[in-house]
Every structure is written in C-alpha cells, then in structure tokens.
Design a binder for this molecule. Structure first.
Ligand code: NAD
Length: 438
C-alpha cells in the first residue's frame, strides 16, 4: 500500500515507520521544515526507544521518506493518515481542530478519487463528518473518510504499535474497511483483534479509553490519601485489587497525578463533547478535578517533609519528563511541582536522563544537574518525580551522604521505606502508611 502520513510527530513518525516496516511505502509529511530536514539527515526529532534504528532501516530499504510536500505524497497514496496535533483549545478545553482542518483543505487540492482519508489524531465525535463536509466544499468526490484512533504509549510506542491490544476502525463504507484491513494485515497474522465500528463510535472509543484510564489513576490516588490517614499501604491495596481479573493491575500506581500529551486534554475534551450533547459525565469531571488538585498537593507534601517551609531550601528533583522513556514534557507533573516549589522560595536542581532540552524552556531559573547524585548534592530533600529505571537502583547511602537534609520524597513509590531508612534517610512515599511525623 502507498501511504501518506500527514504530521510527523510522536504518533505520525512511529506509525509511519511501523507501516513501512510492515512493507508499505510511506511518505511522512510535516509542515515543520526543520523537522523534515533533521529526519532526512538521519536525526530523530523525539526520543523514543528503538525509533532511530527502525527509521534508518526502512529509509535504507526505500520504503520510508520524509517531505514537506503534501502534493507529492498525497497524489498517489491509497490512504492518507492525519496525525497532526489536536491540543486543548485555550479557554474552553475543546479539542482544537485547526491543524486537522488545515491539513484537509491542503490535501483536498491533490487527492484522487478512491483514496481513504484516515484520522489517527484523537478527534471529537463528528470530526469525520466535518472532514467529509470540507472535502465536499473543496469539490472532492469519491474519497472515503475513516477513523483509526491510535493507542500507542510514548516510551513503548513501537512495541505498542506492532502488538496492539486491538485496532479500532471506524468506517462507513466497504472501501475504507478494505484498505484499512489491508494496511493492518500483518497484525492480523499476529492475531491482533480488529474492531470495525461506525466512525462516530470509533472517535468516541478513544476518548472513553483515555478517560477510563484517567479514572483508574485518580481513584488509586484518592485511595492512597486514605491509606496515609488510616496507616495502610496503597501498594498492597493496589496489588490486592489488581489481582482481581475484573479490575486488572495496570494504572493502579499512586503518584503525583497523570500528565502527558493525552490524558489531560482528552478528558477535558470529552467533557466538552458531553456538555455540547447536554449529557453529564460526573465521573470524568471529578477525575479531572481530583487530578488538577493533586499537583498542588505534591508541593505541600514536599513542604511538609521539609518542616513546613521550603523558602531558601535546596530541593533536588529526579525526573522531569511526564513519564519514563520519553523526552515529552507536555503537561508533565514536574512542571507545576517545580514551579510551585520555586514560587515558595525553594532552589531547585533537577536531573532527567533525556528531557533536559525540552525542560529548559518550560522551567527557566532552575539548575540542571548532570546526574542523580549531582541533583542530591547539598540538597535539603530529594524528590523522585518520574520513575526512570536508572532511579530504581540508586546507591541510597551515597545519596544520603550527598544530601544535606536526609529526606527522600518518593512520589512514585520506587523505594521501600525500610531500605531508605537503612541508608539513613527519612522516607516519604505516596500512600505507604502514615507519613513520618504525621
Ligand atoms: P505532535 O505535536 O508530536 O506532532 C504533530 C505534528 O503535526 C507536528 O510535527 C506538526 O508540525 C505537524 N503538523 C501540524 N499541522 C500540519 C499540517 N497541516 N501538515 C503537516 N504537518 C502538520 O503530536 P502527537 O503527540 O504525535 O499527537 C498527534 C495526535 O495523536 C494527537 O491528536 C494526539 O492526541 C494523538 N495521540 C497521541 C499519542 C501520544 O502518545 N503522543 C497517542 C495516541 C494518540
């Protein structure tokens, strides 16, 4: 199949490279000329495990190319995927579809009948209908519009794309179904389930999935608060409920709340869709407000661990990216936590294994350390914000020796209180019994 991928970000680049790896001929398009130039020079614009090798091998085989030229990529494509950003619109949180519609108007000039336009971007219910209307306005005929929401996770994106739990295809006609089945055929051989639904249903399924995962996170975070008040351990509670197949163990890790490029914007966009439809979504609304509050509560946690005041104190931060194995800083919990500490007068020294270049512009005025021990050096407390693997096996005695105040605030429950205390640290986890001094 010949595929054009419009938008070469986290989703477009990974999907494009994986489709090429399945044997399709893929052209990845982006309007960001600098990004395309870097890709053509063999440089990755994002940090994602395994991506560079996958891109390189498919470029060498001649199956993957990068361009800013929409015309050339779209004219002979059988499928044109839209993978541009759909950020939250300022003010009301609606999904901003400007990039999607711009891309559609642009490709409308070059697309041929028989082509299938597929939204991979996360778009609100009814966007496919609006795309159809725009294509009609632009005089395009005989083009199908389908929805194929993407469920990959940054940090494990290639494995997720190649071994998905399911593929959702929202299609209103046979041609769209046929083309998408053919594109994903290598995955059916691996028995990945494909669910063919109506287009509006597929669009909503993506939001429902992200909202449900966000609910799980906010749920366990509230249970963690209760654990601290009644001296119980949330890790054991999560394991105890997660072993129940009806619940499942994933997304039950108490922590600083969800962030990233998807959950925050998608939960709010779902609420906007519901509002427009005149239907209440009280569970998702509460989830969003629980999560919003949580960031501020993490700052207070560090403050309490430091005796009630962080002014003039030095705080080491481990991990800035919104989760491990990515350099993505979008809506990272580290941002409000670091800013909250700085506003209260703390001096922050932060270390992240790969996200520094993304973090520097959003967190001005803090120090960046070269490793975890340097972040701890002379600090009154060390705070683990993102659970990178390299923070799981720190030499805690060395950390304790580097710290001025012997305080470890572990917002990801990476360590056990016993091992931290054995190294001479006072340990504050999340939901791990009554916190010291409480
Ligand atoms: P991104 O910001 O990393 O990439 C979007 C890219 O689209 C940018 O490079 C931008 O320059 C390009 N672009 C914008 N308008 C364009 C146009 N008219 N023509 C060509 N290129 C254009 O975004 P992302 O994280 O890859 O997300 C893309 C979509 O996928 C969003 O809707 C998002 O919600 C969804 N999604 C993201 C993830 C994820 O983990 N990042 C997972 C599943 C779904």
């Amino acid at each position: 199949m010949r595929i054009a991928m419009i938008g070469t970000g986290y989703v477009g680049l990974v999907s494009g490279a994986c489709f090429a790896d399945f044997g399709h001929r893929v052209t990845c398009v982006d309007k960001d000329a600098a990004k395309i130039e870097r890709l053509n020079a063999g440089e990755m614009p994002i940090w994602e495990p395994g991506l560079e090798a996958l891109v390189k091998s498919n470029v060498e085989r001649g199956r993957l190319t990068f361009t800013t030229d929409v015309a050339a990529s779209v004219t002979d494509a059988e499928a044109v995927f839209i993978a541009v950003g759909t950020p939250a619109r300022r003010g009301d949180g609606h999904a901003d579809l400007t990039y999607v519609f711009e891309a559609i108007r642009e490709l409308a000039q070059f697309i041929n009948p028989g082509t299938v336009v597929v939204t991979k971007s996360t778009v609100p219910v009814g966007t496919g209908d609006r795309i159809e209307a725009i294509l009609k306005e632009e005089g395009v005929e005989g083009v199908s519009v389908a929805s194929n929401p993407e469920f990959l996770r940054e940090g494990a994106a290639i494995a997720d794309f190649k071994h998905p739990d399911r593929i959702i295809v929202g299609a209103e006609d046979d041609r769209a179904q046929e083309v998408l089945r053919e594109i994903y055929r290598p995955l059916f051989l691996n028995r990945a389930p494909i669910l063919i639904t109506g287009r509006r249903t597929a669009e909503l399924t993506k939001y429902a999935a992200n909202a449900f995962l966000a609910v799980k996170i906010s749920f366990i975070n509230e249970i963690a608060d209760l654990c601290e008040a009644v001296d119980a351990d949330v890790q054991d509670v999560a394991r105890g409920i997660g072993l129940d197949n009806r619940i499942g163990p994933k997304f039950l890790h108490a922590g600083p709340g969800y962030g990233g490029s998807c959950f925050p914007k998608d939960t709010v966009a779902l609420l906007q869709t519901a509002d427009n439809a005149g239907v209440e979504q009280r569970i998702v609304a509460t989830t969003v407000s629980v999560n919003d509050d949580r960031k501020g509560r993490m700052v207070e946690r560090v403050e309490r661990a430091l005796g009630g005041d962080v002014a003039g104190k030095r705080v080491g931060i481990l991990g800035l990216a919104f989760k491990p194995n990515t350099d993505d800083m979008r809506e990272a919990p580290s941002i409000p936590i670091v800013k909250g500490l700085v506003e209260r007068g703390a001096k922050v020294a932060a270390f992240d294994p790969v996200a520094r270049h993304q973090a520097e512009p959003v967190l001005p005025g803090i120090e960046f350390a070269d490793d975890a021990y340097a972040a701890a050096d002379g600090a009154d407390a060390l705070v683990i914000v993102t659970e990178w693997d390299e923070f799981r096996a720190l030499d805690l005695e060395r950390i304790a020796a580097s710290l001025k105040g012997k305080i470890l605030v572990d917002l990801r429950n990476v360590y056990d209180r016993g091992e931290a205390e054995a190294a001479g640290l006072t340990y504050y986890g999340v939901g791990r019994g009554r916190p010291p001094g409480a």
